[in-house]
Design a protein. Structure first.
Length: 428
């Protein structure tokens, strides 16, 4: 799991939140979050943030978010035991000061139940507003600030907004206050908050509901006006299928006017930009797609339908997406892609199943085009490169990972690979 500061100079990474890797993970999940910083000429490891003693579940580190300046980090443990040992979830907020990193606050749901609180996280650029997804939330409430204690609608999902206030930390949750509780206004929505995105100025929030049936699918956009949140739109393209997984990947630009939505289960045999999304075939199943939406005077409208130029079935293109601040550069992960090449724009083949790839698209005016096809060095089958990615808000630095890669020095324990490798690319 990765998070990158706006200028691309601070990178946070956790190991996959699964037990087994001695020194990296144990039965309670990753032992620490790794912080790297870019100096004048090279990257260096700057800190390991140890897991708090209270964080006793393997999902600690399952989601990360960094503020724009890289000085505030949120770490989620979505199945962390809460009151009564119910796996209600928690989010740990760290700040960087003169003496290094320190735990600043522990955030929990105001009505903790088994709602996967923390499954997705997003900061605004200041790091003073944090959105926390809770896709297993069970309240039957709709829209804004309903009854969070209700449990009559399991799995509908929700998101919570927290705001950091001025003053000294004097409570368990520091200076953070719960500011809003957001639910989908659409009947039948499922898993709302499984992916979340927030504009740089915290004026717009996007919440995915990718587990919803097609009749209730879509991304729910909320806007803040006069200090209060309201539901603005349900954004979706025509002709969605239940298997599309629309919203697994989700990103907003800084202004909250461009929205990218990944659908890694999408099955059209189209390739490139602007194809026909209705031509589903069995051979192109789970090839994946990304839709881009733009907000204008008349609201949100579909602006582009993107597929990889070399799209194949089971590529899972759209599993992860990230937008630059201006919305003109988009990174898309395709962890099932099978090319065996290395580096930027290598030769394309299908000799390394599920090696994974990242694609870069660029917008000029209103037109999108694929700009790069990115593979890691030493590509191997089953790497899953592109499952996680991060793009600095200015769009000039890209990070992705191969969490299962074994280093040449060997293994951390018998039969257990090392924690993996991070790949960082400087973009023109």
């Amino acid at each position: 799991v990765l998070a990158l500061s706006a200028d691309g100079r601070v990178l946070a990474a956790s190991a996959d939140a699964t037990p087994g890797d001695r020194g990296v993970t144990d039965e309670r999940g990753p032992a620490g979050i790794q912080i790297f910083e870019r100096g004048a000429f090279a990257w260096s490891h700057r800190a390991t943030l140890p897991r708090p003693d209270a964080a006793g579940h393997p999902t600690w580190g399952a989601a990360l978010a960094l503020s724009g300046d890289g000085a505030t980090l949120a770490v989620a443990a979505p199945n962390e035991p809460g009151p009564g040992d119910e796996p209600s979830g928690a989010v740990y907020v760290y700040v960087r000061g003169d003496d290094g990193w320190a735990l600043d606050a522990t955030l929990i749901s105001p009505a903790p139940t088994a709602d996967a609180f923390g499954r997705a996280l997003a900061f605004d650029v200041s790091g003073d507003v944090l959105v926390v997804g809770a896709p297993e939330d069970a309240s039957a409430a709709t829209e804004v600030d309903g009854d969070a204690s209700d449990t009559s609608a399991p799995g509908t999902g929700a998101a919570h907004v927290f705001v950091r206030e001025a003053g000294e930390a004097d409570e368990a949750d520091g200076r953070w206050a719960h500011a809003a509780y957001l639910k989908a206004p659409t009947e039948g929505a499922r898993g709302v908050g499984g992916a979340v995105a927030l504009s740089a100025d915290a004026s717009r929030i996007a919440l995915a509901a990718w587990r919803s049936p097609s009749a209730a699918a879509g991304v729910h956009v909320f806007v803040r006006e006069g200090g209060r949140w309201r539901a603005e739109a349900r954004v979706l393209p025509a002709g969605l299928a239940d298997h599309d997984d629309f919203g697994v990947g989700l990103a907003l630009d800084a202004a909250g006017e461009t929205l990218a939505v990944g659908a890694p289960g999408e099955a059209s045999d189209a390739t490139g930009v602007g194809g026909d999304p209705t031509r589903d075939t069995s051979a192109s199943g789970a090839s994946g797609a990304v839709w881009v939406f733009a907000r204008g005077e008349d609201g949100w409208a579909e602006a582009a339908y993107l597929k990889a130029a070399n799209a194949d079935g089971r590529d899972r293109f759209g599993m992860a997406v990230a937008l630059a601040s201006d919305g003109d550069r988009l990174a898309v992960g395709a962890p099932g892609e099978s090319g065996s090449g290395e580096g930027m724009d290598p030769l394309d083949d299908d000799d390394a199943p599920a090696a994974g790839a990242v694609y870069l698209f660029e917008r000029s005016g209103a037109r999108w085009a694929q700009a790069a096809y990115v593979k890691p060095m030493g590509t191997r089958a089953e790497d899953g490169f592109g499952r996680q990615l991060a793009l600095g808000r200015v769009g000039r630095r890209l990070a992705s990972s191969v969490p299962t890669r074994t280093l040449p020095l060997g293994r951390t324990s018998a039969g257990t690979p090392n924690a993996g490798l991070l790949f960082v690319y400087d973009l023109d």
